[in-house]
Design a protein around this ligand. Sequence first.
Ligand code: PMV
Length: 327
Amino acid sequence: MKNYKLALKATIRANSNLALIKYWGNKDPYWNIPTNDSISVSLDALKSTTKLEFGDDYKDDFILNDKLLTGEGKDRIDFVLAKFREFSRFDTPIHAESENNFPTAAGIASSASGFGALAHALYEASGLAYTNDDVSRLARLGSGSAARTIHPGYAHWFAGENHETSYAKQIKPPDDLKIIVAITEKSAKPVSSFEAMELSKTQSPFFVEKAIQSKDNIEPMLTALKENDFSTLGQIAQKEANNLHAVINTTGLGIPYWNARTLELMQFVNALRENENIEAYYTIDAGPQVKILCKPESVKPIVNRLQNLEVAQDIILSGVGNGSQVM
Ligand code: PMV
């Protein structure tokens, strides 16, 4: 809890996060109240930095990676702003500038770090008293996964029933898990995750079953985290990714998030375990990038093999990150 203080600007750095138990679909899309709880790990290599200032002469401009944001992305920011004003009764216009150190909207959750940083910056810059739960709830209105960004290490987003009860708590501080992000395509994805999950609700025959599996996977994942059981963590995470993509690939005629390189990398990770005795698991979100979960000693051998494979356009090495921070 922060004490009241006068400060009309703030800079926040927030990490992206990777879901080990996947969020996919809302029981209330207006408030982003999800169908099931989810669990994520913060990624120290993927960050958004947002500078935000309140001022009577500003016009709510939001500059993302040096460009004035317009269209759908800006509509979502305006929604978060409108809700912040409604909750806080603090309605001075803003000017904000934000930068990602990784490709935006390409399935590595730029929305999670971006909206996490925005929500935190609004509270911090306003000088109002706030809690982590307030930031998590506000971030959720921009993008569901952003609800989990405030926390260092691992976070559990409780689905809840309404705006008050749907927010994330920390479950474990950072540990030595390593995440290798293999970028297979740098352009923006064809369908936003928000739009895709709404379509899945009515079009995929597996939507309900995936949510049931995710609910069943929460307790085993919490136990795996508590016991530092990497094998169980990795197996559940890979199954969750496969279930998510079973839904995505059966939404209408299939939402084309994967590319040929995505599939090649999935096989590559399975072959590491099966043929080379290197314990690694993959997970994939709403995009074509493959994230490989492994132990510290496996990073070098995996990266060497990945480089020989020449499938990834870029390789980002990440450890477990912090929560969003005031700079
Ligand atoms: O937060 P959104 O609306 O970008 O949705 C994220 C969905 C997944 O990344 C696929 C899963 C998750 O839990 O982060």
